[in-house]
Every structure is written in C-alpha cells, then in structure tokens.
Design a protein around this ligand. Structure first.
Ligand code: PGA
Length: 256
C-alpha cells in the first residue's frame, strides 16, 4: 500500500451510460457512500464525457462531492484547436472532472496510442490539475513470451513525464488479457508485477514509493478483497462491475 494515501477505487464506464439509468446508479452509489462515516477509499467514476456535467449536478444535489469524484476517459494533449471529436484537459476540468484515465489499452489498441502520446496527455492533464490515471499492461502474447516485465518497464518509462509525482499521477496495471474477459491475474502474479512497478517508480521518482498503483482487469465483488490485499496494490480500476452501484460499492467495501 502506498504510504499516506487512501486506496483509490475508480470506475471506468467506457462507452456505457445514458442519462436516466446513470442518474439512478449514481444516486444509489452516493447513498451507499454517504451512509458510512469513515470511508477507507477514494471513489471515482469516469463516465462517458456526456455525463460529466449532469453528474456534477447529481453529486451537488446529494451533497456527495466529498465522497465521489468524477473523471474523464481520455484527453488530448492540446488545450484547444481544430481536433474534431476530441476533448481537452481544461474541458474535463471545466465539466467537473478531477481525474482522467490515460493510455487505456482500448485507446492503445483502437487508436494506436503510443507511450509518447500518453506522456504528452499526462503532462496536459496534470497542468490542468487533473490526476492522471495512466494505464499500462502487457498482452497475452507478451506474457506468454516472458516479456511482461519488460513491456511494463517500457510503458512506465515512456508514458510518464519526468514531472509526475505521487499526488498527481496514479498507475493502473491492467493485463490486457484480463480486461473484460472474466480472466483475473493470479494474486501471486499481481504481487510480482506490482512489486516490479514499485521498484521502477522508486528508481525514477523521488516519491516513487508513494504512488498509487491500481490493479485492473475483471475486478468484481467476489475477487476484490483478495486482489486489494496484495502488497503494493493501492486500489482498483473497475470496468464492467462499475456500471452497477451495488457491485461498485461492494468492491469499495472490500478495502480492508
Ligand atoms: P473490466 O475492465 O473490469 O471490465 O475487465 C477494466 C478496464 O478496462 O479498466
């Protein structure tokens, strides 16, 4: 566990969520979160960008801004300009976000995002006072070839700016073969990789020991406690199981 920071449980809704069902789920989630006195985790939902502004209103109405934060799922490195379809970090901030997921494997796969692009986005995000959740992780092919640690080392080197620090950047280790597949990495493998990531962060950054390093990939209520108990796992990035308030809350409650 990273010293002195709460575990972070972040939900990545991906391209899911229309106004009405989303409002009901967020209201339910705020009810859960407001019902406990000392929440041991920081909670973030990263909905599609169309829901950021409505979410700000729902959280305000429920007086729940302190217990649930919002984030974007990507941003461009530039602040504004002729980039049809894209969103900038200042726009996410303006819409109420305080986090942004960057370099998710789906962005890397479908949009050809490379480490240097992720790094530029992380620089833009933190300049706009967004916490960057930078995703890394090997494919099945890379793991089977025994190259997982090398791939992750390259991604950490290339995707994080030198200016990154533990208060503005979070790492999410998501083995690509575990995302949306129901196939979870074995706790021993998670432990080995998170230890490796911790060493890499400590070598490069003064406060490398304090970065939060999340695990992601088929995290659900039934496996959350075991995964969150693994040394150097400081939270989770949750896809499918974040869409239902009850499931996401059960994962948050699994924080010891
Ligand atoms: P999953 O997705 O929990 O549905 O596997 C995780 C992610 O892509 O962040």
């Amino acid at each position: 566990m990273a010293k002195s920071q709460n575990p972070l449980i972040a939900g990545n809704w991906k391209m899911n969520g229309l106004l009405q069902p989303a409002e009901a789920e967020i209201k339910q989630l705020t009810k859960f979160a407001l019902s406990v006195k000392n929440l041991q985790a920081t909670l973030v939902i990263c909905p599609p960008a169309t829901l950021l502004v409505p979410m700000r209103g729902w959280l305000r109405d429920a007086r729940a801004e302190e217990v649930l934060a919002t984030g974007g799922q990507d941003c461009r490195a530039e602040d504004s300009g002729a980039f049809t379809g894209d969103l900038s970090a200042p726009m996410l901030k303006d819409a109420g976000a305080s986090y942004v997921i960057l370099g998710h494997s789906e962005r890397r796969q479908y949009y050809g995002e490379v480490d240097s692009a992720v790094c530029a986005k992380a620089t833009a995000a933190t300049a706009s006072k967004l916490t960057a959740i930078v995703c890394i992780g090997e494919t099945l092919d890379e793991r089977e070839k025994g190259a997982a640690e090398q791939v992750v080392a390259r991604q950490i080197q290339g995707s994080l700016p030198d200016s990154a620090c533990s208060t503005d950047t979070v790492i999410a280790y998501e083995p690509v073969w575990a995302i949306g597949t129901g196939r979870v990495a074995a706790p021993a493998d998670v432990a080995a990789m998170h230890h490796h990531i911790r060493m890499l962060l400590a070598q490069r950054f003064k406060d490398g020991g304090a970065f939060r390093v999340l695990y992601g990939g088929s995290v659900k209520p039934s496996n959350a406690a075991e995964l969150l108990a693994v040394p150097n796992v400081d939270g989770a990035l949750v896809g499918g199981a974040s869409l239902k308030a009850a499931d996401f809350w059960a994962i948050a409650e699994a924080v010891a």
